[in-house]
Design a protein around this ligand. Sequence first.
Ligand code: G3P
Ligand code: MG
Length: 252
Amino acid sequence: MIEGEKRKLLVVAHRGSSGSAPENTMAAFRMAIDEGVDMIELDVRMTRDFELVVYHDADLRRTTNGSGFIWEKTLDELKHLDAGSWYSPKFADERIPTLREVIDLLPANINLNIEIKSDGDVRRGIAFEDACIRVIREKGFAHRVLVSSFDHKFLRRFHKLDPAIRIGALYLPVRDAAKKPSTLERRLGASAFICSRTQLRKRFIADAHQHDIMVACYVVNTVRQLERMIRFGVDAVVTDFPRRIVRALNER
Ligand code: G3P
Ligand code: MG
């Protein structure tokens, strides 16, 4: 568990409050903070000049007015893009945030799930891992982050570089179907297991809890889905609509 977390169902804002504001923007993160989440999930990619930015896709087209790939652009070039208008004109001032900017926004009671997106980026070596560890340490956030990824090679390298920072394995059925959460823990050092709602199985929970591994499930956007997750006994739900999920939990 991350310091300060009690054993309760954690509410994690998926890309911020991404059902009500443009995903992975400061507006979405501010909203999630106001809505009372325990943790914020965001996606991180590395720019051409090795800066860490908060952005989901490899390509800029879906959620900005730019085009091309993140790793082809410098931070300065990315900062000129509009990352909010695609969602609504009222968010036209939103820019692609840096990881540092989001960390600086977080109050002491809200932790961070940094999901590393390395797909498509052909640069190899440990530059990405290094950049990530540098920012986390600089901000004194080692005890407040969970670093997750579908890229288990990244996680393994990352864990070797800094075993004190918690990591979470994202489950990919084509690759991981035969593996238990505890196998991933042994291989990667992962203390959290993260899968989608439809991928969740009772045996995952049983194995994970036997080995003190946290189970998080995405995306849980309705009260009905939440109730199913509670019956399963998951530890964290990742949602695009934190207000709805926090309210439902408070009313229980
Ligand atoms: O961490 C869960 C989730 O964020 C993984 O999928 O595509 O939304 O980053 P995606
Ligand atoms: Mg993500």
